[in-house]
Ligand binder design. Structure first.
Ligand code: PMP
Length: 356
């Protein structure tokens, strides 16, 4: 390992050194809703809104304060450490725009993992360095850190990982967090389906972590596009500086507030999906076409089959769509199957039993 790399040598975490100079210097746009926040006024002639068609005529709260307050008690993280965006994908893109200088900096990521980390790297012209997980899709912190150099700003981890489904070993995640003096993004989109203790509760211990969550999975609300990032107030401040002023629309904010009032439903869905998962794993394992069912902590399972392309097309003809991951690193002949309702899962199993 090079001495001047970003692998820690008893140096403390210095956020400012990681931020792109133009972002540090940026004077952010100040919108009408930033400048006047009081509730006392009753005539609003400050934002060039149309006075008709209320309440949709008004710009939404740019910092989503009510929603963050509700999420704060639910998630155990204070409001100033929460960023909300148009899906987690917005937060993923912001990581590059805040920290990575195009054509100069690089990021390191586990492989295989969620595809948007690389797509956003390519869009932002940032070198993406994939480091393969082992044959059980486990992380080796030392191997990952060996790819870090002086221009590595970010490490991408995902646990439970997509497409493998498993949680990364906690002590290896901690080694990455302690061993790297740049930003570590830990995507916990699927953590509600696992038993792991969420890292968002350890923000004070790890000043360099950004944890991602989403309303698209356990919350069953992919269509409202609401993603969450949890990090130090300083990191969230940088996200707020760079994001579009009104990045989460009012319909989404209102719907999320409604969902939070019914959080018991989310718990019920997760229990149901986990029960279905327990039923699906042995049933898939028994099929002659299945070579390996990978352990999963998510709402999907990766399955190695005899011929993924043929089986994928066979299922399409029966109107059952799974994800063919065959061409992804370490996933040759693998299908990724989402856990659905019991009738949906049974339909899949019945089709697979008839496959010749
Ligand atoms: N992270 C992971 C690991 C995912 O698999 C996905 C979607 N498949 C996302 C984030 C995207 O989340 P969102 O819908 O909030 O953009």
């Amino acid at each position: 390992m090079k001495f001047n790399s970003k692998v820690k040598h008893d140096m403390s975490f210095e956020l400012e050194r990681l931020v792109r100079p133009n972002i540090l210097a940026l004077e952010p746009y100040s919108c009408a809703r930033d400048e006047f926040k009081g509730m006392d006024a009753h005539v609003f002639l400050d934002a060039n809104e149309n006075p008709y068609n209320g309440p949709l005529n008004r710009y939404p709260d740019p910092l989503q304060e009510n929603l963050k307050a509700a999420l704060s008690s639910l998630k155990g993280v204070s409001s100033e450490k929460i960023f909300l965006g148009n899906g987690s994908d917005e937060a993923i893109d912001l990581v590059y725009r805040v920290f990575c200088e195009p054509k100069c900096d690089n990021v390191v990521a586990i492989a295989p993992t969620y595809g948007m980390y690389k797509v956003c790297a390519d869009i932002n012209e940032v070198e993406y360095r994939p480091v393969p997980l082992d044959e059980n899709f486990q992380l080796n912190a030392e191997a990952l850190l060996a790819s870090v150099d002086a221009h590595t700003k970010v490490i991408w981890l995902c646990s439970p990982n997509n497409p493998s489904g498993n949680c990364l070993q906690r002590d290896e995640i901690v080694k990455v967090l302690r061993g790297f003096e740049g930003i570590v993004v830990l995507d916990e989109a699927y953590s509600d389906f696992s038993d792991q203790m969420p890292f968002r509760l350890m923000l004070d211990e790890f000043p360099n972590i950004i944890v991602l969550n989403t309303f698209s999975k356990a919350w069953a609300s992919a269509s409202i596009r609401l993603g969450m990032a949890f990090a130090s107030a300083e990191i969230i401040g940088l996200f707020n500086k760079v994001k579009y002023p009104y990045n989460v629309n009012k319909l989404t904010q209102d719907k999320a507030m409604e969902m939070i009032k019914e959080v018991f439903k989310v718990e019920r869905w997760c229990t149901q999906i986990r029960m279905e998962r327990e039923h699906m794993l042995p049933a898939l394992h028994e099929l002659p076409i299945v070579k390996r069912v990978y352990p999963t902590d998510a709402n999907f399972v990766l399955v190695r089959v005899t011929d993924a392309n043929a089986i994928y097309h066979y299922l399409v003809e029966r109107g059952v769509i799974v994800r063919n991951r065959s061409r992804v690193e370490l996933c040759q002949n693998c299908l990724r199957i989402t856990i659905g309702t019991q009738p949906e899962n049974n339909e899949l199993l019945a089709a697979l039993r008839q496959y010749k």
